[in-house]
Design a protein around this ligand. Structure first.
Ligand SMILES: [Zn+2]
Length: 228
């Protein structure tokens, strides 16, 4: 229980850092410079208590202490979400928990960079490799699975890329997912992501391009948690 609690706290703290990295990379800044985090509206440096995951947002009642601008609720919600998912997926083994942590942080980074800047850093897909240890019966794919998966991806690409329905980043992510989950569960995951993003299409204006990777990342978690 102690190990689980430590990893849950670690997940919320690392989620805060991963969000910072995703935000700064899109701004062309290094994650380490400037050294102190700052308000994205007034650029004032934040105190240590303002940086506390989730609590910093609650202490400030959702508004920057200096300029009173609303803080993006995505930051505390994603930190809390990572803590909750760590709670759901963690066990007693340190190695298992470390794999879950790397996997969750990778999904958060991918979802955040797509949400903020509609970009996927291909190297970040390497962070999905812990799936090989987390999926109970993972094995290298048979040639037939690879062929079916490739045909499926090409078909999706031909149908969606010319209409800008999905981006090349979405397809790259799906290719990695198909590699680990197989084409059948991968297709299930894609269907789940489509269902998750459907209400957003109904609410959003037609001119807005919705990022799909956050829905794919969320669907990955759901398939991992609930598929038999
Ligand atoms: Zn401010």
């Amino acid at each position: 229980m102690l190990i689980q609690s430590l990893f849950i706290v670690l997940a919320t703290c690392m989620a805060s850092f991963v969000n910072l990295c995703a935000y700064r990379l899109g701004q062309g800044q290094s994650p380490l410079s400037p050294h102190r985090s700052y308000c994205e509206h007034c650029r004032r440096e934040l105190s240590w208590w303002q940086l506390l995951p989730i609590l910093g947002y609650l202490f400030q009642v959702g508004r920057c202490r200096f300029c009173r601008q609303a803080i993006n609720p995505y930051w505390p919600l994603s930190e809390a979400g990572c803590g909750l998912l760590m709670f759901c997926c963690s066990g007693t083994g340190i190695l298992h928990n470390a794999l879950v942590l790397i996997f969750l942080m990778t999904l958060l980074f991918i979802a955040t960079t797509d949400l903020l800047y509609q970009v996927l850093y291909p190297l970040s897909l390497l962070g999905l490799t812990p799936l090989a240890g987390l999926l109970p019966d993972w094995h290298w794919l048979a040639l037939s699975d690879i062929l079916i998966g490739t045909c499926f991806l090409i078909l999706i690409g031909l149908l969606t890329l010319p209409r800008h329905g999905m981006g090349s980043g979405d397809l790259m992510y799906l290719a990695v997912i198909f590699f680990f989950f197989g084409w059948y569960q991968g297709a299930l995951l894609l269907l789940s992501a489509c269902l998750l993003i459907l209400p957003c299409f109904a609410l959003a204006r037609a001119s807005i391009r919705l990022p799909f990777l956050p829905a794919l990342c969320l669907a990955t978690i759901l398939v991992l948690l609930f598929s038999p």
